[in-house]
Design a protein around this ligand. Structure first.
Ligand code: UFG
Length: 325
């Protein structure tokens, strides 16, 4: 079976994809600097603690492990933090990827699946958003991904590096068949923060209630992490079969407001979420909902968890296990 190098495999989406690849019979090797990921997420896989800026170390791993393709997750991901520290986001997300690509060129590895984001679209004119919508990020985070997408275009043209760019919408949920789950530190994502508000009794602040949406709060496309992981498996299989470079949205196509997510969490947990309303958060787009027809048609992708309540249920199961340990 082909061997896949996974950068950022100790993180939330990276670790879920690593486990799914293993279950499908792929050989895997993870590199992660553990600056945001967790050692316990990579306990049962070959793992190298390497920071992406260390090109020579990446070359060593790619060569010694004889990798066939790379899935590149390692990046900082918080929209809000990127507006406070843009330089951190460009150094890590763009600089780290350039280092990885340099190592790939040096070792002759020419297939890459790249984690991009719905944040590249900014305020889209058409919703659900197709892949050919205008690119207009509202945050340094989103722009760091746009820059890498542009680099990948040129790497395809002049270095024959074939890449599939997956633009994720809002990853969430947990795999009931594994012990993995969402545990960012600091946590910035809505669903785990809603659980935390219930557990601590401290109100969560809803960022803005005056958006041009039906209930005034932002609409997002919440995509289960297992469905996201499946998209990576399909993408890397396509590249390994000689497929050409391409870009896909990964989302369910359903938009849910922040308040709808609150109601779903209350329904699933049977508990009231303490809420407060605050100002809008810098860099937040009012509506981000995917048109994922291309992924469905081209790669045959179909979400197993299209319903928000089911997604929240799996996230809550993880949260309960997590609190208990
Ligand atoms: N929100 C709150 N209060 C909080 C946290 C979040 O109201 O304490 C709101 C946000 O304003 C947003 C929604 O909940 O409207 C979802 O916010 P998240 O922080 O969970 O996720 P984002 O939409 O900001 O970002 C996520 C990923 C990005 C990705 C984006 C694409 O973190 O990497 O989805 O949709 F780009």
């Amino acid at each position: 079976m082909p061997k896949i190098l996974i950068t950022g495999g100790a993180g939330y989406i990276g670790s879920n994809t690593t486990q799914l690849l293993k279950r499908r019979g792929f050989d895997v090797v993870v590199v992660d600097d553990l600056s945001r990921g967790h050692k316990h997420n990579v306990e049962n896989v070959p793992f190298h603690k390497i920071t992406l800026s260390n090109t020579a170390a990446l070359v060593d791993v790619l060569r010694s492990e004889a990798c066939d393709a790379v899935i590149h997750f390692a990046a900082y991901i918080a929209v809000g933090e990127s507006t406070q520290k843009p330089e951190l986001y460009f150094t890590n997300n763009v600089g780290g990827t350039l280092s990885l690509l340099t190592a790939m060129v040096e070792t002759g590895i020419k297939r890459l699946v790249f984690s991009s984001t719905a944040a590249v679209y900014g305020m889209p004119k058409t919703v659900p958003i197709p892949e050919d919508s205008a690119i207009a990020p509202l945050s340094p985070y989103g722009d760091s991904k746009v820059i890498v997408e542009k680099v990948l275009h040129w790497m395809d043209q002049f270095r024959d590096v074939r890449s599939i760019v997956l633009r994720y919408f809002n990853a969430c949920g947990a795999d009931p068949e594994s012990t993995l789950g969402e545990e960012h530190d600091p946590e910035t994502h809505l669903i785990p923060l809603l659980f935390r508000a219930i557990e601590t009794g401290k109100a969560i602040t809803i960022f803005g209630e005056d958006y041009p949406t039906p209930d005034g709060t932002c609409l997002r496309d919440y995509i289960h992490v297992v469905d996201l992981a499946e998209a990576h498996v399909l993408a890397v299989q396509k590249l390994l079969a000689g497929g050409s470079s391409d870009t896909f949205n990964v989302g369910t196509g359903e938009g849910h407001s922040v308040l709808e997510v609150v109601r779903s969490v209350e329904k699933v947990t049977g508990k009231k979420v303490p809420l407060a309303f605050g100002p809008r958060r810098d860099g937040d787009a009012p509506v981000l909902v995917a048109n994922s027809d291309k992924l469905r048609k081209t790669l045959g992708w179909k979400p197993r968890y299209p319903e928000l309540d089911d997604i929240v249920t799996t996230a809550w199961q993880f949260e309960k296990r997590h609190i208990a340990t």
